[in-house]
Write a protein that binds this ligand. Structure first.
Ligand code: URP
Ligand code: ZN
Ligand code: ZN
Length: 605
């Protein structure tokens, strides 16, 4: 179904922007006093929020990731002060009766791009409408991405994002920083960001050739640097070179519509990059977080890597769990273009359920949305060429309900697992647990009172996002937040949303999360390279052959393979603790050598 365009005439009149691709110093002005968001901010600054500073939630079922139990909660000054029964509550507290409802930690969306300058335009949901929508859906914290242009200072980009976000956010937020180019300065700035600015996750792109993509050696260096800083490397895993080639082929065939987007980057393109990223991280001895896992093969690769003991985390997103990519082939261009994001939402209809099954069983760990929204007129930048359609879809408002519907209501996960994948695991990975992600004394009062039986029907006509399209349009979902409390303020009150611009705070994410790094050092020690102490080779060495003019390959020396029959040389691997360390490895009957001593042979010997 195609909906009429809202906000289609402009990007919001108070926003001044420069396209990301060409601009290192893109800037955006903050709220205009004539805008209604600004009034809300003023009300907050002049007004009285003390009526809500004491809250008593009684009779609810508290659900944490590891247990659920009946108890009451007392909140004061934004912090959970008491959890239990027969609590003694000071006067003046607002009482909420949560009988029959679940009381959960507010959702943490690990992956958003509010007002991101991207592909010649700026994402239409800014830090105000984006966080307002997040709260409407039960998410009380987002983690957004700072995306420096190639050559731009990471610290400057960080300050720019903070300037955009601090004045507008209605809930708490954290930041990841993308590493879009590599140099010693970048490595130095990562240290500043990690030690002074509260950044401890860095995303590299294997896609978006010519704008954000890094090559393998740069990725390796970045992962090593993350490891030194005890920060978490994240990766957008798609083979950017293949995408570039395949899009040109499709355009040459006259396939210019959004269906080209899905076909230029099939699952194999994600699968290959996912394997490569895991291999690079494993060799760099770093952990790895794979963002927006969209396909069956890549999710299986992550599950397998984890079973092999690699420290890898996989993040599916609401779009991939809640809908499928058949929409790219819709006859309506706007409808099809609205679903364009990278990696693509997969046309294979089995994909969402597969991703949900893995998420339910901890083969995948947590969820974000990659919320990065563009209106019809912005998507239209690619009306004649799918490679120019700004990539991104909605999700921040609907993630919790979509996962409840497809995960809990469907019987794949219990409410504790729901809390783990929507909140607690994010808090653990990004090292803000138990301040966030838990209902416990001392934790932030970011709380959702959830009615798992109530339903709502998702629509762009009623959602709180600025974008004019919703990829979940018409989906009826169980699971509705009846109350949402952020930092101790009730912002969703019996279904009524009343947010405050600028109320949210930046939440620094400290380094060295034990959930991530707990076994990294021991793992590195166990995998340390082996050095063999042996007497120096004292025999003859051939002269290096002069390079032949017409031959780019230097002449090969004699094949260095030696037999261990001489008693002088050994080609068996060295021992560890008296055992051959490959003694359990499957043995091959022989070794094929292209140039064995005594002449070339095609046989095994
Ligand atoms: O399509 C997407 N994913 N847009 C946002 C940029 C990114 O790759 O995360
Ligand atoms: Zn990405
Ligand atoms: Zn993203």
């Amino acid at each position: 179904m195609c909906l009429p365009t809202r906000h289609s005439q402009c990007l919001a009149p108070h926003l001044k922007w420069n396209p990301f691709m060409n601009c290192v110093n893109s800037s955006m002005e903050l709220a205009d006093p004539s805008d209604d968001h600004y009034c809300e901010q003023q009300n907050h600054k002049n007004g009285d929020t003390s009526a809500q500073s004491r809250i008593f939630i009684k009779n609810g079922l508290i659900v944490n990731d590891d247990q659920s139990f009946h108890a009451d909660i007392y909140i004061e000054d934004g912090i959970i002060k008491q959890v239990g029964t027969n609590l003694v509550i000071p006067g003046g507290a607002r009482t909420i009766d949560a009988r029959g409802k679940m009381v959960m930690p507010g959702g943490i969306d690990t992956h958003t791009h509010m007002q991101m300058p991207f592909m010649g335009t700026v994402a239409i949901d800014d830090f105000y409408s984006g966080t307002k929508a997040a709260l409407a859906g039960g998410t009380t914290m987002i983690i957004d991405f700072v995306i420096p242009a190639k050559g731009e200072s990471l610290v400057d980009a960080y300050e720019k994002w903070r300037g955009w976000a601090d004045a507008k956010v209605c809930c708490d937020y954290g930041l990841h920083v993308a590493v879009t180019w590599w140099s010693p300065e970048v490595a130095k700035e990562m240290e500043i960001l990690s030690s002074e600015k509260g950044i401890n996750s860095y995303k590299v792109f294997m896609a978006y050739k010519d704008s954000m993509m890094l090559e393998d050696p740069e990725i390796y260096n970045c992962f090593r640097r993350c490891k030194e800083l005890k920060a978490l490397p994240m990766v957008h895993a798609e083979n950017g070179h293949l995408i570039d080639i395949k899009s040109k082929e499709l355009l040459a065939k006259g396939i210019t519509g959004p269906e080209g987007h899905a076909q230029c980057r099939p699952v194999e393109v994600e699968e290959e990059a996912c394997t490569r990223a895991i291999t690079i991280a494993d060799q760099a001895r770093s952990p790895l977080y794979i963002v927006h896992v969209m396909s069956i093969p890549s999710s299986n690769i992550i599950a397998k890597a984890r079973k092999e003991g690699k420290v890898v985390f996989g993040e599916p997103i609401a779009a991939g769990l809640g809908t499928d990519g058949s929409h790219h082939f819709n006859k309506c261009w706007r409808h099809a273009a609205a679903h364009v994001m990278g990696p693509p939402i997969r046309p294979d209809p089995a994909t969402p359920e597969h991703l949900m099954n893995l998420l339910a069983n901890d083969d995948l760990q947590l969820t974000g949305t990659d919320n990065c929204t563009f209106n019809a007129d912005q998507k239209a930048l690619g009306k004649d060429d799918f490679t120019k359609i700004p990539n991104g879809v909605n999700g921040v408002e609907d993630r919790m309900s979509v996962i409840w519907e497809k995960g809990v209501y469907s019987g794949k996960m219990d409410p504790c697992r729901f809390v783990a994948v929507t909140s607690t695991t994010a808090a653990k990975i990004f090292n803000i647990y138990p301040k966030k992600g838990r209902i416990a004394v001392g934790s932030d009062a970011d709380i959702v009172i959830w009615n798992g039986d109530a339903t709502r029907t998702i629509s762009a006509k009623t959602h709180h996002q600025a974008v004019d399209f919703n990829i979940f349009e018409g989906m009826t979902v169980h699971g509705v937040p009846e109350y949402v409390i952020t930092g101790g303020s009730i912002v969703m009150d019996e279904g009524q949303l009343k947010v405050t611009q600028g109320l949210g705070r930046f939440v620094p994410t400290p380094p060295n999360s034990q959930y991530v790094y707990g076994r990294i050092d021991a793992r590195e020690k166990a995998l340390e390279p082996v050095k063999v102490d042996r007497e120096a080779y004292a025999g003859p060495v051939v002269e290096v052959a002069a390079q032949e003019t017409n031959n780019i390959h230097p002449k090969r020396a004699e094949n260095p393979i030696v037999s261990d029959l001489t008693g002088e040389f050994h080609n068996r691997p060295p021992t560890r603790g008296g055992h051959q360390y490959d003694e359990h490895a499957p043995k091959r009957p022989g070794t094929k050598v292209s140039n064995p001593p005594g002449g070339k042979s095609t046989a095994f010997w």
